[in-house]
Design a protein around this ligand. Structure first.
Ligand code: NAP
Length: 362
């Protein structure tokens, strides 16, 4: 069925989309001689090369073209999803919608995908006729890649996380802003920088905040819940949703934007059962999956291998600085680094698309 169908890609020019296209070309797991591909963009009008073909680009609002797709992968953003998906469903479109944006994640008829953690839920959702699938929030997905087994086996009581999120997590224009700020700073006089008399702010309206030489301790919109940002709220909602656990607010934190180009880092404080021994926790983490790399809590490993610079572009999610805190039994602290464009965005949706291709063509 899928072999003869068409797969549409929206948002393929963006950060998530361009990594998705690159990873799909390398993995070559969605191609079939008779599968057609449709590329859409609101601005780009040139030809696109993909696998062995060359494609014209249609407009993102070309409903006639979208209706012909058996599956649409949208990496364009929530506004696009909100308008387009309901339009298509109103026109009785029954294809699969696979999304990187957040807007669908709270809907009950949508499956939040992270197959190393919830592959059974994904398969049963496909079998039961669900048609919309969405990747989780990037920090939640990266956290669960490393900690889902520990959360379950330690009977985790609560978790507090501080995130250090790279600028590429906020899209292409934010990255452009960081590069402009870096360029501005590199032209500044060393004496001015030392005297802090310099403001690393640029006139680009798309980036209103300085992330070079500074941090921004608020990501996404405000909510009316106890000073929690929307990004922080996703922490407990999506964690429990992906794990299939009751919606108890047991994950709290502070989400911070930092001037790193790629990869999100996170520092965790986790309350586990008092009886859990330190070695058992380490074994559970290490055996979670082949993508988890537990590093010894020593200086050289932490400084060289537990960094965005080392992890960028890799499917490995590194975890280190694992400590049992002496003042309270059952408290563990740790630090992780993962590429948010891979496990935090592209991998879950790419693997879900592959699953459709396999399931529906078998
Ligand atoms: N970035 C992440 O790490 C990440 C992680 C998880 C989820 N997400 C979600 O995934 C969605 C897409 O995120 P994104 O980071 O890929 O956004 P993005 O880089 O801003 O790209 C989104 C779209 O913006 C347009 N665009 C505007 N200026 C552009 C430029 N200079 N270069 C390339 N494209 C540009 C393109 O659409 P046209 O072709 O129509 O012009 C592109 O498809 C969002 O909903 C986001 O929340 C992102």
């Amino acid at each position: 069925m899928f072999g003869r169908g068409c797969i549409g890609f929206v948002g393929w020019r963006g950060l998530v989309g361009s990594v998705f296209i690159k990873q799909s070309q390398v993995a070559a797991n969605i191609n079939n001689e008779s599968t057609k591909y449709l590329f859409l963009s609101s601005t780009y009008r040139r030809l696109v090369k993909f696998l062995i073909g060359v494609y014209n680009v249609k407009k993102t609002n070309d409903v006639k073209a979208l209706l012909k797709c058996k599956a649409i992968v949208s990496m364009q953003g929530s506004d696009y999803t909100d308008i387009t998906l309901s339009n298509l469903r109103n026109l009785n479109w029954t294809g699969y919608w696979i999304d990187a944006a957040s807007s669908l994640r709270r809907q009950l008829n949508v499956c939040v995908v992270l197959d190393p953690v919830n592959s059974r839920t994904i398969k049963s959702s496909i079998e039961s006729g669900k048609k919309s699938f969405v990747g989780g929030n990037c920090t939640v997905s990266l956290m669960l890649m490393v900690l889902h087994r520990l959360i379950r086996r330690s009977n985790m009581k609560w978790m507090f996380v501080t995130t250090f999120q790279s600028v590429s997590g906020a899209g292409s224009n934010y990255v452009k802003g960081l590069l402009l700020q870096m360029a501005f700073l590199s032209r500044a006089r060393f004496r001015d920088v030392l005297n802090s008399s310099i403001q690393v702010r640029i006139g680009d309206p798309s980036v209103s905040e300085s992330v070079v030489g500074s941090i921004v301790p608020w990501i996404d919109e405000e909510t009316n819940k106890l000073g929690t940002s929307k990004e922080e709220q996703k922490g407990f909602i999506e964690t429990n949703r992906i794990l299939g656990l009751p919606m108890i607010p047991n994950v709290g934190g502070v989400c911070i934007r930092v001037g790193v180009l790629r990869c999100h880092s996170q520092s965790f404080l986790i309350k586990v059962e008092k009886s859990m021994c330190f070695g058992c926790a380490a074994d559970i983490i290490q055996s979670t999956s082949r993508w988890v790399k537990l590093l010894p809590n020593i200086k050289a490993y932490s400084r060289q291998l537990l960094t965005p610079e080392h992890i960028a572009g890799s499917l490995v999610v590194a975890i280190g600085r694992l400590k049992k805190l002496p003042f309270n039994s059952g408290l563990l602290s740790m630090f992780t680094v993962g590429d948010q464009l891979l496990w935090g965005a592209v991998e879950p949706i790419k693997r879900t698309l592959k699953l459709f291709c396999n399931m529906v063509s078998n």
